[in-house]
Design a protein around this ligand. Structure first.
Ligand code: CA
Ligand code: CA
Ligand code: CA
Length: 284
């Protein structure tokens, strides 16, 4: 009798465990589509940056308005919506670009996969001059660039080797109207679940980067044909033109929030003592 009772209890226990697993899975599963919004008119980093002066850098080219993350079975698609239509002015030049419909932009989607204090990379990639909040450190970053993966891999090997295993290069990148569309493999990224955090950093593709910069364009005090202006001449200011600011709903208040985030750096003393701007993540 006692044995029968025990077995019943054990079975009930197993059933409850099964039910809990299903409920847990339902609460953490990827909803199919994540939408993060960003206001227009904040393509000035901390509020002071100006576009390079050459005519190719059309107004709105570095102002993103929305980021979509879409479940595509064994792949994930990232769509970055920009204010301006994408153009490919340098396709015809002798550049190592693939002619995939754009040449000005470079986007980095940093992802915090555990939201645990002190877990993940605290620094951004070389050339961005950014760091991340302690509870928003990243596990993976997706690079969306007009450059071919062979070139990007070469640059990573030279300049960002310690981050190599956490940099995800898309299977495919293309431009469509005002959208940059990148497709990545879940085998490389993992399968997005509720709780992941995201930070999109918009930069510019630099085919002739400085020796430490991972294909990013510099921000200087005075701009130039192919240099952003309104920053500093050292590498202490964040080289980020537009970023997400929580809550990532695209409200006008997020303009000011972005400026505050990107202004909060300190360049006193030696480089080792510099405090880079610390970016948060948006947790949808
Ligand atoms: Ca924006
Ligand atoms: Ca983390
Ligand atoms: Ca922004």
């Amino acid at each position: 009798m006692r044995g029968v009772l025990y077995n019943d209890r054990a079975e009930t226990c197993l059933r409850l465990t099964g039910l809990l697993t299903v409920l847990l899975f339902a609460s953490t599963a990827f909803a199919g589509k994540i939408v993060l919004k960003d206001p227009k008119g904040d393509d000035d980093g901390p509020g002071t940056y100006a576009y390079p002066t050459a005519s190719e850098y059309k107004n709105g080219s570095f102002d993103f308005t929305k980021v979509e993350i879409l479940d595509k079975g064994d792949k994930v698609q990232i769509k970055v919506h920009l204010k301006a239509k994408l153009t490919d002015p340098w396709k015809s030049r002798d550049w190592p670009v693939r002619g995939n419909g754009f040449s000005l932009q470079m986007a980095f989607l940093f992802i915090d996969q555990d939201h645990k204090a002190g877990s993940g990379h605290a620094e951004g990639l070389p050339g961005l001059n950014i760091a991340f909040e302690d509870d928003a450190r990243w596990e993976k970053v997706i690079i969306i660039s007009p450059q071919g993966n062979t070139r990007i891999k070469g640059e990573i090997n030279q300049k960002a080797k310690s981050f190599k295993s956490d940099i995800v290069l898309p299977l495919k990148v293309k431009a469509s109207g005002k959208k940059l569309i990148a497709t990545v493999s879940k085998a490389d990224l993992g399968s997005p679940v509720k709780g992941w955090g995201y930070q999109l950093v918009l930069q510019s593709n630099e085919g002739y980067p400085d020796k430490g910069d991972l294909l990013t364009r510099k921000v200087n005090q005075s701009g130039g044909d192919h240099r952003f202006g309104g920053g500093r001449d050292d590498d202490c200011d964040p080289h980020a033109i537009d970023i997400l600011a929580p809550p990532g709903k695209g409200g006008k208040d997020e303009i000011q929030a972005q400026h505050e985030i990107l202004k909060a750096y300190k360049c006193d003393g030696n480089k080792a003592d510099w405090k880079l701007a610390k970016l948060p993540m948006v947790y949808p």
